[in-house]
Design a protein around this ligand. Structure first.
Ligand SMILES: [Ca+2]
Ligand SMILES: [Ca+2]
Length: 499
C-alpha cells in the first residue's frame, strides 16, 4: 500500500519547495477539517502496551482463530508495522530501553529495573520528556517493569520511575486466587496436580465474574475514567496504559474462553528434527519436552493464551470507545504494542527470552489523526517510539537517545530508516530484511528470512553461507560499537562474536 505524502529522499529545487508547501497546506486543511485543533495545539498520546503478546495471536497479523476485533480495527486506522522488534525479549530490559531510549547493551539495564539507576537522574524518560514539555503524564499499571503476578497481587509499583508521571495508578488483582476453573498445564504430567502451581508455569483460570474483578479490567476502567477527566483539561496528555495479559498466569473471565474449545485449537506446524539444529542454551530451553506438556496441555495453553488476548482486546476496545465518546479521538495519537513477542509452540518452544522471530518481533500499530492507514514492512524498533512520538507532537528529540525517528514511515510506508534491527535475550539478534543472525558467542543460528521465514533450517554451520555469516557478524560488531558510543559513561566490553 502506498500513500501520498513526503518521500524518503526529497527532490531538490524550487518545484519540491512549492510541492511541499502545497502538501503542507493540504495537510493543514485536512487536519483542521477532521480535528478540533486550533493552531499550536499539540495532540495527546495514548500509549497502550500489552505484556508478552506475540503479533502471531492477532487477527490483523494473520491469526484466523484468535478474536481481536478492536485491535484489528485500530490497525485499519493506523500504520501496522510488520517488522518491529523489541530490544530485549523479556519485560524489564525491554521496557527500560523503550522508556529511556538506550539499548540494554549501552545502559546495562538488563535486569528487573526501571532503568533509572542505570541511566542516571539527569536523563529524561519518554514520559518525563513529555511531562517537562507541557504534557500531563499518567501511568496505569505495568509500563516500567512489574513482576507478574507478585506485584499485581500486591498492587505495588514494581520497578516504576516516579519522575516520569504526574499521576500513576496500580491495578491490584487476585490473579490465580480468583474463583474459577483452575489448572496447571506445564510441569504437570497427566494433570495429576489439581489447581494452579508456581508463578511462571502455564497456570490457567477460567474465572467467574466480570472484567472488573481482574487487574486489567480495573486498568481499562481507570483509563476510561481519566479520559473523561482529561477532556476538559487545558494541557494535552501522555497516557500510558499497561495490560499484564497475556503474561502468565493465563487468568481471564470465563466468557473469553468460550470461542476456543480445545477441538478448535491448532498447534503451529511441526517439522521433523526442527529442534536438532537449535543450540541448547538458556535462551532456548523453554521447550515442550522441558515443560513436560502433552498434546492437550499444549492446546489448553494456546486456548488460554487466546482467551487472555481476546480479554485484552475487549479492554482496548473500551478505552478506544472512551476516546471517541469524549471527542478526543481526532487529536490523539494511539500507539499499541507489546514489550516483546512469545513462542506458542513453534519449534516446540514456549514463552520468551529466545531471540527467534516469534519472541523478538512485536505487534506495533501507530494511529495518527490525519494520516492514512498503511502497512509498513520497513524495519523498526521499540526504542524508536520515544523520538517518533516526540517529533509527531512537535517536541525536540533529545540528543542523547539512541532510537530513530520513524515518523516518515507514517507518511510513506516505503521509507526506511534502518538496514537492521537489534534485539537481545540470552544472545543477540541482528535482523536485516533478508537474514536473521542469532549470536550466542561460540554458537549461533543463521536464517534466510526470504526463503525460510519460519526459521526451520539453521545455516550457521553451512560453509555455503560463510560469507553471509561473516558479513552479518561484522555488521553486528559495528552496530554494537556504535551503540557503545554514548553519554552514559559505561564501560562496554565488546564480546567476541566469533570463536
Ligand atoms: Ca513481558
Ligand atoms: Ca530447525
Amino acid at each position: 500500500m502506498s500513500r501520498v505524502g513526503s518521500k524518503n529522499t526529497k527532490p531538490a529545487g524550487k518545484s519540491w519547495e512549492s510541492r511541499r508547501m502545497t502538501f503542507r497546506s493540504l495537510a493543514f486543511l485536512v487536519l483542521s477539517a477532521v480535528c478540533s485543533l486550533s493552531a499550536g495545539d499539540k495532540p495527546n498520546v495514548l500509549f497502550i502496551i500489552s505484556d508478552d503478546l506475540t503479533a502471531n495471536a492477532l487477527g490483523c497479523y494473520g491469526n484466523k482463530l484468535c478474536q481481536t476485533p478492536n485491535i484489528d480495527r485500530l490497525a485499519t486506522k493506523g500504520t501496522r508495522f510488520t517488522r518491529a522488534y523489541c530490544q530485549a525479549t523479556f519485560c524489564g530490559p525491554s521496557r527500560a530501553s523503550l522508556m529511556f531510549g538506550y539499548y540494554p547493551y549501552a545502559s546495562k539495564a538488563t535486569g528487573y529495573t526501571s532503568g533509572r539507576k542505570e541511566v542516571g537522574a539527569d536523563k529524561d524518560s519518554w514520559a518525563q520528556h513529555f511531562k517537562k514539555n507541557g504534557y500531563h503524564s499518567a501511568r496505569i499499571s505495568k509500563v516500567f517493569h512489574m513482576g507478574v503476578p507478585p506485584d499485581i497481587t500486591k498492587g505495588g509499583d514494581g520497578a516504576d520511575d516516579p519522575e516520569s508521571w504526574n499521576e500513576a495508578y496500580n491495578s491490584k488483582g487476585l490473579e490465580t486466587k480468583l474463583p474459577g476453573l483452575a489448572e496447571q498445564l506445564s510441569n504437570n504430567p497427566g494433570g495429576l496436580k489439581k489447581g494452579t502451581g508456581s508463578s511462571q508455569s502455564f497456570n490457567v483460570v477460567e474465572a467467574e465474574g466480570d472484567d472488573l474483578v481482574h487487574s486489567d479490567g480495573k486498568t481499562a476502567q481507570k483509563a476510561v475514567e481519566l479520559l473523561h477527566k482529561y477532556k476538559d483539561m487545558e494541557k494535552p496528555f501522555f497516557l500510558a496504559v499497561g495490560f499484564v495479559r497475556p503474561h502468565v498466569p493465563l487468568v481471564a473471565p470465563k466468557k473469553y474462553f468460550a470461542p476456543y474449545p480445545l477441538g478448535k485449537i491448532v498447534l503451529p506446524p511441526k517439522i521433523p528434527g526442527d529442534q536438532d539444529d537449535i543450540p541448547q542454551n538458556s535462551a532456548n530451553k523453554r521447550t515442550t519436552a522441558n515443560y513436560k506438556m502433552d498434546l492437550n496441555q499444549q492446546k489448553g495453553t494456546l486456548r488460554a493464551y487466546y482467551a487472555s488476548v481476546s480479554f485484552v482486546d475487549a479492554l482496548v476496545g473500551k478505552i478506544l470507545t472512551a476516546l471517541e465518546v469524549t471527542g478526543q479521538r481526532d487529536n490523539t495519537i494511539v500507539i499499541f504494542t507489546s514489550d516483546h513477542g512469545y513462542h506458542l509452540g513453534e519449534h516446540d518452544m514456549w514463552q520468551k527470552v529466545s531471540i527467534h522471530e516469534e519472541s523478538a518481533k512485536v505487534p506495533l500499530i501507530i494511529s495518527v489523526p490525519g494520516k492514512k492507514p498503511a502497512l509498513c514492512h520497513s524495519l523498526s524498533e521499540l526504542i524508536d517510539l520515544y523520538p517518533t512520538a516526540s517529533n509527531l507532537c512537535g517536541l525536540k528529540i533529545p540528543g542523547n537517545i539512541q532510537g530513530k525517528d520513524i515518523s516518515g514511515m507514517l507518511d510513506d510506508p516505503a521509507v526506511k530508516v534502518r538496514d537492521a534491527a537489534l534485539s537481545s535475550g540470552k544472545g543477540r539478534l541482528l535482523r536485516t530484511e533478508n537474514w536473521a543472525l542469532l549470536d550466542y558467542g561460540k554458537t549461533g543460528e543463521l536464517y534466510d528470512m526470504e526463503k525460510d521465514p519460519k526459521q526451520y533450517a539453521n545455516l550457521f554451520g553451512d560453509s555455503n553461507y560463510a560469507e553471509v555469516l561473516a558479513k552479518l557478524k561484522a555488521k553486528l560488531k559495528a552496530k554494537l560499537s556504535e551503540i557503545g558510543e554514548n553519554d552514559l559513561g559505561k564501560k562496554i566490553r565488546q564480546r567476541k562474536t566469533t570463536e
